[in-house]
Ligand binder design. Sequence first.
Ligand SMILES: O=C(CO)COP(=O)(O)O
Length: 262
Amino acid sequence: MANFTLEMLMTAAVRRPLVAGNWKMNGLKASIGEIEAIARACDDSISARVDLLICPPATLVALAADSVGTSQLAIGGQDCHVKASGAHTGDVSAEMLADAGATMVIVGHSERRADHNESDAIVRAKAEAAWRSGLTAIVCVGESEAQRKAGEHLDVVGGQVTASIPDGATPTNLVVAYEPIWAIGTGLVPTPEDVAEVHSLVRAVLVERFGEAGQAMRILYGGSVKPDNAAALLGAANVDGALVGGASLKATDFLAIARACP
Ligand SMILES: O=C(CO)COP(=O)(O)O
């Protein structure tokens, strides 16, 4: 029991929360003021305990990275190609995102898996591409509503974590985001107990594969996180931050979620 308590204290100290905003296909140059407002707020007490990241559309990554300057707000991409360059019209590589000033990239978001037929193997290759360019990969996993109703959520998420994360993951180059598909953009949220159940499973899979390093890897929750439910969701066991969609488009809402980190 004493060991267990010590371990929990140590891991709590190691895992600094990350609150990340995924702007999806939203945002024009005129929206950069929201990112600047978040960057300014980063200079206060928030940045002392929480890492903040905004992933704008690819068209705004360079502008956003320039705008945040030396503040503590990081800028990321929402997807990357598996290759660094080549004949892939319309795609963006991890190398290009890094060149534009990004330090992280989301891979395997359920909208990419659904809209672009991305398999676990492709997501894994994208995470490797991210690492080759020095980016941290935020690997997304999550079950559908039908899978949840059938009681398959743990099997589905465990399988995705195993198959989507490459060998060589570390607490620095990998973040996992659990985003139940049925909670994205719907206003439906799992209970903190339901979130803790899945995050504990993800933690166990990471520790089994990566040993002690798995204890230090961050696992974010995403899906209808708002200022009024953030404290409860972020307080659940093994939740190390949030991946926020709609509520990240407004600096005030995003910052309220960041401040709700325990
Ligand atoms: O998909 C999400 C973040 O990647 C979650 O989106 P919402 O916060 O809008 O539900």
